[in-house]
Design a protein around this ligand. Structure first.
Ligand code: NDP
Length: 328
């Protein structure tokens, strides 16, 4: 069985999640890709244990991660049982429900029926009694927000999750949800939005709401699924996400315009003595607005490289300006 690195807490930074008691590592690991039924189990063990050895205490899942949907939770449960179980109290494990998971009217969206049944299924798949964070994965315009909120409140009170959060809610929806949750006595602790140099919608309102409400945030796709690295500059490598026919990052999505920006960004990163992936990670953490950066990885070496960005998190104003120019 795996024995964790004794020095795992020496270099990672831990940030307070909003105004809660929860500390999250500056880098977390997401299991959206590379943990499905066709992926290598040995590689999953390598990814999770490498992350934990670096002080990454937070692993992020969702009911539908796979493929097939649910297989990432099953695989995570297997690694947890065989390798990480002695460390359960050192881990923050999250899952979500909000996208289509099973047939019929109760396997999608934001009803109390769906959220509670889905979390019960997730707990079974992972072999857990509780998750640390449970998220509503996306807003549901057809379910009253009060119902979704009361389901989250119930989930915490029943001990199936320690904290709750939301993902993909816009600024106004977040404010409404935060108010309802406060009135129920179970605060929203975290928001999980998409955020990277190319996708910056959270700067226009959401970050202000999160600050006002004392809610933490964890950015997903911080490297734009691998675009914000140097890997696509000279073509599409065979072992990359874009080559593996992911519906989420297609070859067509890697346009000449994007590559031109990436080449400019890569130069700025080189001048900082960082890889572009490392600079993109550091850029996400600039100004201390985010609690954590939610990385994905297909290889353990990527986690090591990205976490090494902790060695240079500071930007000069000139560097920030150069990044803005490159993105124009
Ligand atoms: P990233 O933007 O970090 O992309 C990760 C991918 O980039 C890796 O799998 C790898 O792909 C490539 N990569 C990472 N590091 C490097 C490196 N140093 N050099 C070269 N390539 C690198 O994040 P994801 O898109 O994976 O999302 C992260 C997590 O966010 C998910 O696992 C999930 O937990 C969460 N998420 C949440 C959503 C939500 O709606 N709440 C939606 C989407 C994600 P490869 O090697 O295969 O090319």
């Amino acid at each position: 069985m795996y024995i964790a690195n004794k020095e795992r807490y020496e270099t990672m930074k831990y940030n307070r999640c909003g105004k809660s008691g929860l500390l999250l590592p500056a880098f977390s690991l997401g299991l959206w890709h590379n943990f499905g039924s066709n992926d290598s189990y040995d590689n999953m063990v390598d990814l999770l244990t490498t992350a934990f050895d670096l002080g990454i205490t937070h692993f992020d899942l969702a009911n539908n991660y796979g493929p097939y949907p649910g297989s990432a939770e099953e695989n995570f449960g297997k690694v947890l049982k065989h390798e990480l179980s002695p460390y359960r109290d050192e881990l923050i494990i999250s899952t979500k429900a909000g996208y289509g998971m099973w047939d019929g009217p109760y396997g999608d969206h934001g009803s109390r029926k769906y959220l509670i049944a889905s979390l019960d299924q997730s707990l079974k798949r992972m072999g857990l009694e509780y998750v640390d964070i449970f998220y509503h994965h996306r807003p549901d315009p057809d379910t009253p927000m009060e119902e979704t909120a009361s389901a989250l409140d119930h989930i915490v009170r029943s001990g199936k999750a320690l904290y709750v959060g939301i993902s993909n809610y816009n600024a106004e929806q977040t404010k409404q949800m935060a108010e309802i949750m406060k009135s129920l006595g179970t605060p929203l602790v975290i928001h999980q939005p998409r955020y990277n140099m190319f996708e910056r919608w959270i700067e226009n309102g959401l970050q202000d709401v999160l600050k006002d409400e004392g809610i933490g945030s964890i950015s997903f796709c911080p490297l734009a699924q691998g675009l914000l690295t140097n890997k696509y500059i000279n073509g599409i490598p065979a072992d990359s996400r874009a080559a593996k026919s992911s519906p989420f990052l297609t070859k067509e999505g890697i346009t000449a315009d994007k590559i031109e920006k990436i080449v400019k960004l890569n130069k700025i990163a080189e001048n900082r003595g960082q890889s572009l992936a490392q600079m993109a990670c550091a850029w996400n953490l600039r100004g201390g607005k985010l609690t954590s950066v939610l990385l994905g990885a297909s290889k353990a070496s990527q986690i090591i490289e990205n976490v090494n960005s902790l060695n240079n998190l500071d930007f000069t104003q000139d560097e920030l300006n150069a990044i803005e120019d490159a993105l124009k």
